[in-house]
Design a protein around this ligand. Structure first.
Ligand SMILES: NC(=O)c1ccc[n+]([C@@H]2O[C@H](COP(=O)([O-])OP(=O)(O)OC[C@H]3O[C@@H](n4cnc5c(N)ncnc54)[C@H](O)[C@@H]3O)[C@@H](O)[C@H]2O)c1
Length: 363
């Protein structure tokens, strides 16, 4: 990663108060970017953003709705960002069953608002928009999806993200191609890492319950997921952004998924967490009536070929980094602050990117 590229770059992160947005804020601040945030207040208590006081890493922290087009346009006009990384979304599959219309509004109309508000802002040269690995038409054939595969969406969240991808393409062809601004959609797998307190996320649920020796209830124990530490796709997005900035060759959609080897069943993750955290909790299984794909894996050869991006962490090390973070957070006796511990994890990952070999239990 060329540090100088990011130094003083004006970057607008939407969804900066969320899980990925918080990590991205810290990573970009470590490269000296001028960061602006646009999002709603964090939902969960506790939350990464407020607990670690991430506001201090921002030039300005806008707490506004992506559906407020007028406000969004004014903010973009005022900041004149060079880069936008759009993470603001309703990000939960389960929640999308409960609030389908809201999910579609925030994810599809929210993205359209962002593109509409940016299309006449000449400072913006690259926009990277997070969709998901769930955008593909998944017929449960244990297939690894590549960027050329058909879009689909069994649940509302997946459908909203697939629709978002089509809107991105339409906006690009209709408006952005003529401007000097390039667009990309980025699809990652299920991300894990410290600081995620979003409801119904398995690693967070494991950490919270196992640390307190409470029993854990899981749904879809046999579902296989491509687990990846949140830093892996985020560093991939940054590699892509750098290329995208001024080069339309990099427009389009990009998979940033882990190796197939990183696929683990939900039950395996829970058992790993229980052992790692030395917990007395019991793991209980509760059947869920909602559909969630059982097999999902991404083919990320394109990212490797053009960006030299690949998964660096094994599933085990990714889980260790995540569980270690929650363990550290819960340990009130530690002298090191959680923010410093988080920067330590970022530093550790940067060393791995430079080719350092790691051992489990490294930190
Ligand atoms: N976390 C994952 O495992 C994962 C995997 C694949 C894709 N993604 C995608 O990456 C992006 C970020 O995910 P995350 O895990 O950080 O999500 P998150 O739920 O932790 O954060 C969502 C962010 O969006 C903001 N937001 C929600 N509704 C908004 C609105 N109406 N107006 C303004 N801001 C709003 C929230 O305030 C928050 O800052 C999302 O697009 C998500 O779908 C996440």
């Amino acid at each position: 990663m060329n540090k100088n590229f990011w130094k003083n770059k004006k970057v607008l992160i939407t969804g900066h108060t969320g899980f990925k947005g918080s990590w991205l804020t810290l990573i970009l601040s470590s490269y000296g970017a001028k960061i602006y945030g646009y999002a709603l207040n964090p939902i969960s208590k506790p939350n990464f953003f407020d607990n670690l006081n991430l506001k201090k890493y921002l030039i300005h922290d806008f707490r506004e709705d992506i559906l407020n087009f007028k406000k969004l346009k004014t903010v973009i006009k005022m900041i004149k960002p060079q880069i936008i990384i759009h993470l603001a979304a309703q990000s939960s599959v389960l929640e999308s069953y409960k609030t389908p219309k809201e999910t579609i509004s925030v994810n599809v109309v929210g993205t359209a608002n962002l593109l509409e508000a940016s299309k006449t802002c000449k400072s913006v040269r690259a926009i990277v928009i997070a969709t998901t690995d769930k955008v593909y038409l998944n017929l449960e054939k244990k297939k690894s999806f590549s960027e050329k595969d058909m879009l689909g969406g069994h649940d509302i969240y997946s459908g909203s993200k697939a629709a978002t991808e089509i809107i991105i393409q339409s906006y690009f062809k209709s408006f952005f191609k003529k401007n000097n601004c390039n667009l990309a959609a980025v699809r990652s797998g299920n991300c894990i890492g410290g600081g995620d307190w979003t409801k119904d996320r398995i690693v967070k649920d494991c950490a919270e319950n196992f640390i307190k020796n409470k029993n854990l209830i899981i749904r879809h124990p046999k579902a296989t997921r491509p687990w990846q530490h949140v830093m892996e796709p985020l560093f991939g997005y940054l590699k892509l952004t750098k290329k995208l900035y001024g080069n339309s060759k990099y427009c389009g959609s990009w998979n940033f998924g882990p190796r197939k080897k990183n696929n683990l069943k939900v039950i395996e993750v829970a058992k790993f967490g229980k052992k790692f955290l030395n917990s007395k909790s019991k793991i209980k299984i509760k059947k869920s009536n909602f559909y969630e794909s059982t097999n999902l894996s991404l083919n990320s050869k394109k990212a490797f070929k053009y960006l030299k991006w690949k998964t660096r962490l094994s599933a085990k090390l990714s889980l260790e980094l995540a569980f270690e973070w929650y363990k550290f957070y819960a340990d009130k006796k530690s002298k090191l602050k959680v923010i410093d511990f988080t920067f330590k994890q970022i530093g550790f990952y940067k060393k791995i990117l430079k080719g350092k070999k790691y051992e489990v239990q490294k930190l």
